[in-house]
Design a protein around this ligand. Sequence first.
Ligand SMILES: CCCCCCCC(=O)SCCNC(=O)CCNC(=O)[C@H](O)C(C)(C)COP(=O)(O)OP(=O)(O)OC[C@H]1O[C@@H](n2cnc3c(N)ncnc32)[C@H](O)[C@@H]1OP(=O)(O)O
Length: 199
Amino acid sequence: MGEALRLLIENATATEMPTEHILRAAELIRQAAAPLGEHRRGRFDTASADDLLGGIRLYNPVTGEGSAFAPPVDMHREGDLAIGTCTLGRAFEGPPSFAHGGVSAMLLDQMLGYAVTTAGHPGMTVRLDTVYRSPVPLYTPLRMTASITEVNGRRVTATGAITTTTAPTTALVEATGLFVALRSDQAKRLFGPVLDRSA
Ligand SMILES: CCCCCCCC(=O)SCCNC(=O)CCNC(=O)[C@H](O)C(C)(C)COP(=O)(O)OP(=O)(O)OC[C@H]1O[C@@H](n2cnc3c(N)ncnc32)[C@H](O)[C@@H]1OP(=O)(O)O
């Protein structure tokens, strides 16, 4: 379903069809959406397809295969380096033909988060600094990298960059993120209802 939704969003964003076609499509979309809404999970319920501890989040807005919104980014580790790949379509546009700056920050937040989590230092982002060196092109295969630069108690720093796959040494956007490991009282305060319901 995620793939179908992403095709829908891409075509809906790029379409130049006449208004009557768009109105007809809108009605069909409403008809398709209605049965899905008949049984929904609540705010604190995890998706039945998810495995929180195993890191499976089907509807994550960056990596989720089931997400209408995610590019989705494919991530893996090679040694100390986290690597991600994706191609951004029209829905991610900011400046004409290039990605929105907030989208680049979102991709890098997830990349850095993946780097720290898969290195055994899970935490939440408390700071993300981005440097925009060149616009990120749409419809162009992208490569992202991230790695840890410092571990200082509960605070972990990671850096990363977005490049194209054809010029992997030319950073278009760079980011440095600070992640903080939650104390048990913080984890309980923030995620207690979710953990209780998924136990
Ligand atoms: C595979 C998974 C990938 C996931 C990637 C996505 C990651 C995300 O996007 S997470 C979502 C965005 N982030 C958030 O919503 C976090 C919001 N922040 C918070 O809830 C709180 O700041 C929280 C709970 C993390 C930490 O609580 P807080 O009271 O701020 O910090 P505290 O626990 O007292 O301090 C920890 C340390 O971090 C430091 N710190 C906290 N915030 C900052 C900051 N913004 N800048 C610098 N240092 C900071 C503190 O000074 C302290 O340092 P020290 O140990 O030397 O005294």
